[in-house]
Design a protein around this ligand. Structure first.
Ligand SMILES: NC(=O)c1ccc[n+]([C@@H]2O[C@H](COP(=O)([O-])OP(=O)(O)OC[C@H]3O[C@@H](n4cnc5c(N)ncnc54)[C@H](OP(=O)(O)O)[C@@H]3O)[C@@H](O)[C@H]2O)c1
Length: 330
């Protein structure tokens, strides 16, 4: 069985390697043996190898992988939620392995006819976009929201969900090449980050969704209405958020952090099942979709990680354990 792991904290494409081990396929009564079909490389995976992720430092050597999509091979004696051949999304981490043993409470069954590459990204980014838009401030049809890193996986799900809810999005990106795609997805306004004059935002917004952090947060927070909210969910700049205290005191602007892991910890199994059933239906209806830059075979994990880490990509980087699965999706 192939698996990806790392022995040292450091540069992801240098530290991550593919290794082969045998799996003991004997299952406990509530366990399920699954075969991983596809996994995406997310910024959180890279942060973990760099030693910058929010979880405790991993015990080394460590497995990795925030999400994947898999097929059920075998179930333990008392398993009721899934059966062989079902398509499942594990709620556990460490998913970059060909085969995994997962308890049934940590598996979400998804419709077998879902696009498997899109489903490999179901756990993290669509749920992040959905929970941010639905749980922090009341947004009504016609309201405007502002977000940066708008061409990221999360950013494009925010655009698509907002369009579905009839909420307008003002989207900040750092590259001109992304404008056409985002317009096609339903972005109402797109702004290039490096423009000197950002007066193009005429009406103030209730919500600014930030994935970057750093000093620019203050600039974009100037477009918030009094009592407006910033939700920060990413640290792409690697810099601390800066915000002028005048905005916090005299305009009552508030800053909240979002971390999906904390949300999933406090949700019951049925809440998680309902959330992911809803999101997978939206994927199947083509309301939600993410662009794929390239699908790599796991043997090329270092190349795949390097491509993912360089950003300025044309979509997500996906990895497959079987070459024949790649052919089906390109
Ligand atoms: N808090 C949570 O629970 C949670 C959940 C999901 C994701 N996230 C975070 O959300 C962010 C986006 O994740 P994703 O999977 O959607 O990303 P992704 O699809 O892999 O795309 C990465 C995005 O980041 C942009 N970017 C990279 N470095 C940047 C920088 N220094 N300044 C400005 N933009 C930069 C890229 O722009 P270019 O295309 O121009 O390179 C691209 O838009 C990440 O920070 C991730 O860790 C957090």
């Amino acid at each position: 069985m192939l698996k990806v792991e790392f022995k040292k904290i450091g540069i992801p494409e240098k530290q991550l390697y593919l290794t082969e081990t045998t799996t003991d396929e004997k299952l406990k009564f509530n366990e399920v043996l699954i075969e991983v079909l596809f996994f995406p490389i997310n910024p959180a995976d890279l942060l973990l190898v760099e030693g910058k992720y929010g979880t405790a430092s991993p015990t080394l050597p460590s497995l990795i992988g925030a999400e994947c999509i898999a097929k059920v091979l075998k179930v333990g004696k008392k398993v009721k939620k899934v059966q062989p051949d079902d398509i499942v999304m594990p709620l556990t981490r460490d998913n970059w392995a060909e085969k995994l043993k997962v308890t049934e409470e940590n598996l979400i069954r998804v419709n077998r006819s879902i696009n498997l590459v899109q489903a490999s990204m179901l756990k993290v980014n669509p749920a992040t976009a959905y929970l941010i838009l639905n749980n922090y401030i009341k947004l009504n049809q016609g309201d405007k929201i502002l977000q940066n890193a708008a061409n990221s996986g999360v950013g494009t799900y925010i655009i698509q969900l907002a369009k579905y809810y009839k909420i307008k999005t003002i989207n900040i990106v750092r590259r001109k090449e992304t404008l056409k795609e985002l317009k096609k997805l339903g972005a109402n306004k797109i702004i290039l980050n490096n423009l000197k004059n950002n007066k193009i935002i005429t009406n103030k917004v209730k919500l600014f969704i930030d994935a970057i952090g750093g000093p620019e947060v203050d600039k974009w927070a100037s477009y918030l209405e009094d009592n407006g909210t910033i939700i920060n969910y990413g640290l792409l700049s690697g810099k601390n958020i800066e915000i002028n205290t005048n905005k916090v005191i005299f305009k009552n602007i508030s800053l909240k952090g979002f971390w999906l892991s904390l949300w999933l910890q406090k949700m019951s199994y049925s809440q998680k099942f309902n959330l992911y059933s809803h999101l997978s239906e939206l994927i199947m209806k083509n309301v939600l979709h993410t662009k794929i830059d390239q699908i790599y075979h796991v043997k090329d994990i270092k190349k795949a990680v390097l491509k993912a880490r360089k950003y300025k990509r044309n979509g997500k980087i996906i990895v497959a354990f079987k070459k024949e699965n790649i052919k089906k999706y390109i």
